[in-house]
Ligand binder design. Structure first.
Ligand code: AMP
Length: 544
C-alpha cells in the first residue's frame, strides 16, 4: 500500500514531503515553487510577477501592462472588493475589451470573488436578462460607462476603475493587504472563477460556471503540450466573453508570455492583420476557424511572410475545413497546427488533434483525442458506448467540467447528468449535444449537432433564442430559424409579409448583431409534423 504525506511549508521555507512505501520512508527536499498547491489562479500571477516584474503581460491598442503592474493594480481592486465584504460573490465587468478588463478579472479572482464579463455592445434587454440571473454584487466599470449602465435594471454598487486603480499602484495599507490574503486563503480551488453567458434556447442566456481548479488543470495541459514559455507571445482574437480567451489569458499569467489583444477591426482586413502579427512578433495564435478562413480566402500570405515569426496556429470553436487549413499549411508549412474541440462547459476544450499528416480539401479534420485527465464517452441512443464507426453523442467527464449553469438547476440537470456507465457513485458527465464518431485510426471525428445550436462566424447561438426574439413582434404568428451551413446564413421562416430590414430592426434590441437573420423566407403556411410541431425537415428543403 502506498501512503502519501505532504507537509505544507511555512512561507519562505522549503517543504519536506515524506513518502512511505511498504514502511520504507524517503524524504526529499523540494523547492517551494514546485510545492505551492494552487487553489487560486492568482498564485500564478504572484510567481510570474516575481520572475518577470518588468515584462509586458498584456497589451492593447492604448495600453501595455507589466506583470508587476498587473499584480499591483488587480490587488488594488481586490483589496477594495474585500474591504466591501465581498467573498465568493458575482462581479460583473462592464468595460471595452482591453487590458483593464483583465486587471478587473484578476481583481475579482484575487479576492475570491468571480467575474462575469458583460459585452458593452450587447443589446440592453439581453444585458438585463443576464443581470437578472447573475445579480452582481458589484459592477466594475468606468465613470463614462456607468452612465450607459444606468439604463439597465441594476440598482447595485459600482466600482469605478479610476477611483481604485492608479497607474503606479503600490501595495495597499497593511491591514487591507492582510484582509485580502486572509480572504484568498479561505478560498478553495472549487470556488468559482468566472461565469460566461452563452445563448439559451428559451431566450435567457445560460451562465456557464467555471472554478479555479478547472482553469488550472486546462492551462497546465496547454502550457505543457505546446511548451509555452515566457519567450512566447499570443495574438488574442477571442472576445473575453468567449471561452477561447481563457487559453491566451491564463497561459500568459502562468508562464510569463505576452498577450497582444488584436484590435477587432483588423479581423476584417487580412493583410494589416498579418502585418500586425509580424510587427509584434506574435508566435502563437488561438483563433476561431472563421478568423483563419478569412485570411486563407484572401490569400493574405502572398503579401506578408510570417515564416520567421509564427510558430503555432491553434483553433477551436467550430469546424475547421481542410480546404482553408491547407492554404495556411501551404504558405506556412513549418508551423504547428492543432484543432482543439470543446464547449464552454468543459473549460474551452476537451479533445485535441495536432495536425500530423496531409489531408485532402474534402476530408474532415479530426478533433482527435481526449486531453489528459479528461474522459470522452461516445454514447449511442441506448446510452451505451458506440462500437466501430457508429455515431454517438460526445459526453465528457473531468476536473475541468463546469459546476453547472448559474442559478439554473433545470438546464443544469438536463445537460449535466449521472454517468450512465457508473452505477456505483455519483459522477457527472456533460452531454455536449455534438454527434461524433471514431475513425479507423481511433480519432474522434465531429459530425453534427443533435439540436438547434449552431456556430455562426465563431459565435455559439441557439436558434431558439432568435425565434423567441422574432415571436415578440406583434405581426408574427409562427416562425422558425434554420442554419444554411453551405452559405453560412441564418434563415428565418415566417408566414407574414415582412422584410428582413424591418424584422432585424425590431429585434436588434433583443439579440446581438451576430444573431440577426441573414435571410427571411416567407411561406404560405408553416408546415407541421405529426406531433403538431413546425416541420423543420420540410423547411430544410428550401435551403438545399
Ligand atoms: P462554445 O461553448 O462556444 O465553445 O461552443 C461549443 C461548441 O462549438 C461545441 O459543442 C461544438 O458544437 C462546437 N465546436 C467547438 N470546437 C469545435 C471543433 N474543433 N470542431 C467542430 N466543432 C467545434
Amino acid at each position: 500500500m502506498i501512503s502519501l504525506h505532504v507537509t505544507w511549508p511555512e512561507a519562505g521555507k522549503p517543504a519536506v514531503d515524506a513518502v512511505s512505501r511498504n514502511g520504507e520512508k524517503s524524504c526529499r527536499l523540494i523547492k517551494n515553487k514546485e510545492k505551492t498547491m494552487k487553489a487560486n489562479v492568482t498564485y500564478w500571477l504572484d510567481e510570474t510577477a516575481a520572475r518577470f516584474p518588468d515584462k509586458t503581460a498584456y497589451a492593447d491598442e492604448n495600453k501595455e501592462i507589466t506583470f508587476s503592474k498587473l499584480r499591483a493594480q488587480s490587488r488594488a481592486i481586490a483589496c477594495e472588493l474585500t474591504a466591501r465584504g465581498l467573498f465568493k460573490k458575482p462581479v460583473a465587468v462592464f468595460l471595452e475589451k482591453g487590458v483593464d478588463v483583465l486587471v478587473s478579472f484578476m481583481g475579482a479572482a484575487y479576492s475570491c470573488n468571480f467575474y462575469s464579463p458583460i459585452d458593452v455592445d450587447m443589446p440592453g434587454s439581453r444585458v438585463n436578462k443576464i443581470l437578472e440571473v447573475l445579480e452582481p454584487a458589484v459592477v466594475i466599470t468606468t465613470g463614462a460607462l456607468r452612465e450607459v449602465f444606468s439604463a439597465y435594471d441594476y440598482k447595485g454598487d459600482f466600482l469605478l476603475l479610476e477611483d481604485v486603480v492608479t497607474e503606479d499602484a503600490a501595495a495597499a495599507e497593511p491591514a487591507r493587504e492582510a484582509a485580502l490574503e486572509a480572504a484568498r486563503k479561505r478560498g478553495i480551488d472549487t470556488d468559482l472563477l468566472y461565469v460566461l453567458f452563452t445563448s439559451g434556447s428559451t431566450g435567457v442566456p445560460k451562465g456557464v460556471t467555471i472554478n479555479h481548479r478547472a482553469v488550472i488543470d486546462y492551462i497546465d495541459w496547454v502550457t505543457e503540450t505546446f511548451a509555452i514559455t515566457e519567450k512566447d507571445s499570443f495574438g488574442n482574437q477571442a472576445p473575453f466573453y468567449f471561452d477561447n480567451s481563457i487559453l491566451d489569458i491564463y497561459s500568459t499569467l502562468k508562464t510569463g508570455a505576452t498577450t497582444y489583444i488584436i484590435p477587432k477591426t483588423l479581423f476584417a482586413q487580412p493583410v494589416p492583420l498579418l502585418e500586425y502579427l509580424k510587427e509584434k512578433k506574435i508566435n502563437t495564435i488561438f483563433w476561431v476557424p472563421s478568423a483563419l478562413i478569412v485570411v486563407a480566402k484572401l490569400k493574405a500570405f502572398k503579401n506578408v511572410d510570417l515564416s520567421d515569426t509564427l510558430r503555432r496556429v491553434l483553433f477551436c470553436g467550430e469546424v475547421m475545413p481542410n480546404k482553408q487549413l491547407n492554404v495556411w499549411r501551404k504558405f506556412l508549412p513549418d508551423v504547428q497546427y492543432a484543432n482543439l474541440y470543446g464547449p464552454t462547459e468543459i473549460t474551452d476544450a476537451c479533445t485535441y488533434y495536432i495536425v500530423d499528416r496531409e489531408f485532402s480539401d474534402e476530408e474532415p479534420l479530426p478533433i482527435g483525442f481526449p486531453m489528459p485527465n479528461t474522459d470522452i464517452l461516445v454514447l449511442n441512443e441506448k446510452n451505451e458506448p458506440v462500437t466501430g464507426e457508429e455515431p454517438g453523442e460526445l459526453c465528457v467527464r473531468g476536473t475541468s467540467l463546469s459546476m453547472g449553469y448559474y442559478k439554473n438547476p433545470e438546464k443544469t440537470r438536463e445537460a449535466f447528468v449521472q454517468n450512465p456507465l457508473n452505477q456505483a457513485v455519483p459522477e457527472l458527465i456533460y452531454r455536449t449535444g455534438d454527434v461524433v464518431k471514431y475513425n479507423e485510426r481511433g480519432e474522434i471525428i465531429y459530425l453534427s449537432r443533435k439540436d438547434f445550436q449552431i456556430k455562426h462566424m465563431g459565435h455559439r447561438i441557439e436558434l431558439g433564442e432568435i425565434e423567441t426574439a422574432v415571436s415578440s413582434l406583434p405581426e408574427i404568428s409562427l416562425n422558425c430559424c434554420l442554419y444554411d451551413e453551405k452559405r453560412q446564413k441564418i434563415v428565418l421562416f415566417i408566414e407574414e409579409e415582412l422584410d428582413k430590414a424591418y424584422i432585424n430592426e425590431k429585434i436588434s434590441h433583443l439579440v446581438p448583431e451576430y444573431m440577426l437573420p441573414n435571410k427571411v423566407v416567407r411561406v404560405e403556411k408553416m408546415p407541421m409534423n405529426a406531433n403538431g410541431k413546425i416541420d423543420r425537415v420540410k423547411l430544410k428543403e428550401y435551403i438545399k
